[in-house]
Design a protein around this ligand. Structure first.
Ligand code: SDX
Length: 434
């Protein structure tokens, strides 16, 4: 990666009677940044920004979000145009390489991914160590981390060829691992990937086919699955991507870094929100109970939040949620479940929340997780699998961000500091004197 920030000016900071100049750097779009790398050396102070609400952790050329305008670009291409016209494999190539592939490049990339979908025969033993009712995200964290035990030939992060092979292996094998986590939870035999199927069709077949009969993938559901993968593929420096980057900055192998990302994504405040949103809709149960939950969401003393609403960056409608909403209606129409009571609750909850002053003032709009849960449940996935599908799709984003970090000449091991408010130095007291 070639660093492309340019100096736009400087900011003066006066502290403890000393004024220092800090360079202001600009990118191609978005807010300028104040380069504070010399701050501690020159002024003896740290910055303080819990949750990193005003902190840029890196330079990146992959994904750009304008939260106020509800804009999401993958390598400059708007998410709605990619969801409408592209495929997950083509978007994966774009995220990894920075440009849309030629027909030949796409064919070669697709061929490579299709031929890395199988797992080592011994790998299946890992699943059998879990209880059948284990949360599939627990299975994903454990099994993806274990990939490093099988692919020593692609764990040398300083070898570009090894990084490419590891990247292809991760992208190709995640659907096979995710489908196995699902099959294991329902006590059905694992279904082998098929090279003649496209990425989304292969995944749906590994999830829903049974050896007792042939399984034909619905083109509408395959298209919807592929679009859902596109929507979830990358999203700037979110919590799980930052986790992957931090683990990667310590030169951990890519499989371990992705396992760390899965662990972070699992949280209900992050990727676990699709599961939490559906559970919330089921708990609300009917339209007439919505006011009670809206009241709880506003109550500062009640930890309840409307799952699927709000976002750290989007202070406008999440552009992915718009596409997800359309996809949701297409899937429900295809499956003939247009009158899903949960959809009625979701539509009414969205209508009320978009009019309620509390949500309007705090700019709390539905995010991608609000409609994805309803769609995935209609497609036959149990609620616990929703975040697994999110992790499957986000793997290419994590890999692209991890690769960019490794190739960034300015990258160093991530090591934040703190403001310490604990006990200052004191002498040990023997127990007889306490
Ligand atoms: C994802 O970062 C990414 O990019 C993530 C993601 C990705 O693709 O990687 O987009 C995926 O994680 C989407 C978000 C999914 N999470 C949820 O849907 C869970 C519910 N949402 C909230 O937990 C919350 O909105 C967060 C965690 C998403 C954001 O939390 P913030 O940054 O604290 O939200 P904020 O600062 O904008 O909150 C402003 C106010 C606060 O109240 P005050 O302190 O100002 O009084 O709004 C309140 C919050 O308490 N608030 C909510 C709310 N979300 C924020 N109140 C009720 N219901 C909510 N959902």
């Amino acid at each position: 990666m070639k660093n492309k920030t340019e100096k736009k000016g400087s900011a003066q900071l006066t502290i403890n009677g000393k004024t220092i100049d800090l360079p202001v750097l600009g990118g191609s779009v978005g807010p300028d940044v104040i380069d504070i790398r010399t701050l501690y050396r020159d002024a003896g102070v740290f910055t303080y920004d819990p949750g990193f609400t005003s902190t840029g952790s890196c330079e990146s050329q992959i994904t750009y979000i304008d939260g106020d305008e509800g804009v999401l670009l993958y390598r400059g291409y708007p998410i709605d145009q990619l969801a409408e016209n592209s495929s997950f494999i083509e978007v994966s190539y774009l995220l990894l390489h920075g440009e849309l592939p030629s027909a030949k490049e796409l064919e070669e990339f697709d061929w490579t991914i299709r031929r890395h979908t199988m797992l080592h025969d011994q790998f299946d033993q890992f699943f059998r160590g879990y209880r059948r009712d284990a949360h599939p995200m627990a299975v994903m964290v454990g099994t993806v981390g274990a990939l490093a035990a099988f692919y020593h030939d692609s764990t040398d992060i300083n070898d570009p060829k090894a990084r490419t092979i590891a990247s292809h292996r991760m992208i190709a094998k995640m659907p096979t691992i995710a489908a196995r986590a699902f099959k294991y939870s329902v006590g059905q035999p694992f279904i082998s990937p098929r090279n003649e199927l496209d990425y989304a069709s292969n995944f749906l077949r590994m999830c829903f086919a049974v050896p007792a009969e042939d399984y034909v993938v619905s083109p509408t559901l395959a298209r919807a699955m592929d679009r859902i993968f596109i929507l979830h593929a990358d999203h700037e420096q979110n919590a799980s991507t930052s986790t992957v980057r931090l683990a990667g900055s310590a030169e951990s192998n890519p499989f371990a870094c992705i396992a760390a990302g899965i662990a972070s994504l699992w949280g209900p405040a992050h990727g676990g929100a699709n599961e939490a949103a559906l559970n919330m809709l089921e708990e609300i149960g009917s339209v007439d109970r919505i006011p009670e939950y809206i009241k709880r969401a506003k109550d500062k003393d009640d930890p309840f939040r409307l799952m699927g609403f709000g976002h750290r960056v989007y202070k406008n409608y999440d552009p992915r949620a718009k596409v997800m909403r359309t996809t949701c209606h297409e899937v429900l129409d295809e499956l003939g479940v247009k009158n899903d009571p949960l959809l009625q609750v979701a539509m009414e909850l969205e209508r009320i929340a978009l009019e309620d002053p509390y949500f309007v003032e705090k700019k709390l709009y539905p995010n991608i997780d609000f409609y994805s849960g309803i769609t995935l449940r209609a497609m036959g996935f149990p609620t616990e699998m929703f975040t697994v599908l999110f992790a499957l799709a986000r793997t290419v984003g994590w890999i692209a961000q991890w690769s960019e970090m490794i190739e960034d000449p300015t990258q160093k091991i991530g090591r934040p500091r703190q403001v310490f408010t604990g006990a200052t130095e004191r002498a040990y007291l023997p127990v007889s004197k306490r």
